[in-house]
Design a protein around this ligand. Structure first.
Ligand SMILES: [Cu+2]
Length: 213
């Protein structure tokens, strides 16, 4: 017969095993967000890009997955969330935002409704570097897949340094996918960032990030 103390330990272990099967502590549940990416400029550029972005915050980490099809095959596509550091809600542009009336909604024309480029979705988001050669490349069928996980604290720290606000604020952001073939013809009126060809920055898909209840 076992000494009493060993029996007590056995009972404690059995109780522990039961507790493992119980749900996690309330408040630790994942926060989930989805953005349905719809085509932009499709009638003009001859490709129609669409897809889905999923964002999940679990245990202090943000995991972002972005799947897009209808992109220019073999091309690297810039993708970011855009928004307003001052807390204004960003929305995706429509044809109304084509303020110069050239038939294209260019990057500069998106700014009044969608704000500024904030968080890049490439291999090193926390750097906040917009020019980068690690954005996803579309395969021969025009499909691109991206997945990356980062510490929320690290992202918020660098965003706060750059934008002076605690600014992940996912439900107030929109996701853009950019870019058409380097040799695609665009009128001079299509605006871009200084020194960056409009073919690189032209938005091809946009989606509003929404919380999943
Ligand atoms: Cu962007």
């Amino acid at each position: 017969m076992r000494p009493q103390s060993t029996q007590t330990v056995f009972h404690a272990l059995a109780l522990g095993a039961l507790l493992v099967g119980l749900p996690a502590v309330p408040g630790e549940a994942a926060e989930r967000y989805v953005a349905k990416l719809v085509p932009l400029n499709a009638e003009k550029i001859g490709t129609s890009a669409s897809g889905t972005a999923e964002l999940q915050v679990t245990d202090g980490k943000l995991t972002v997955s972005i799947d897009v099809e209808g992109l220019t095959p073999g091309l690297m596509h810039l993708q970011h969330f855009h928004g307003f550091p001052d807390g204004k809600d960003a929305t995706c542009p429509t044809a109304k935002e084509d303020t110069n009336g050239d038939g294209y909604v260019d990057l500069i024309e998106t700014e009044p409704v969608a704000g500024t480029t904030m968080l890049p979705f490439h291999a090193h988001p926390a750097t906040l570097e917009i020019p980068n050669d690690t954005y996803p490349v579309a395969d021969k069928n025009g499909a691109a897949h991206y997945q990356h996980t980062d510490s929320v604290d690290e992202l918020e720290k660098t965003l706060k340094e750059k934008f002076k606000a605690p600014v992940l604020d996912l439900a107030k952001r929109v996701i853009f996918v950019h870019g058409i073939a380097a040799d695609a013809k665009l009128p001079e009126s299509v605006q871009s960032l200084p020194g960056v060809p409009a073919q690189v920055t032209i938005p091809v898909a946009c989606g509003k990030i929404e919380a999943v209840k």
